[in-house]
Design a binder for this molecule. Sequence first.
Ligand SMILES: [Zn+2]
Length: 91
Amino acid sequence: MLVKCDGKDGCKESFDFKGFEVEKLDNDIEKTYFICPHCGKEFISFYTDTCIRKKQELIRGIVSESEIKKLKKEIAKDMKKLRKKVEAGIK
Ligand SMILES: [Zn+2]
């Protein structure tokens, strides 16, 4: 998959996306991201913590469509909250 390095400080070059990298941070938080090979810009996709990963595990075992929907909504909310928290700590 070809992706473009955009965003406000991206180099605008295209590159072949080969998959996400995962980096372990403090407090059991994992950062999922990829890096532009041209300029080294980091694109953060999302963060997960133990709670979010547990919910993701749960989804795999669920057959009910409505349960999955509900959990996915929760996860999205958790990820947003976590991202705010992590990035506030970094900067
Ligand atoms: Zn770039």
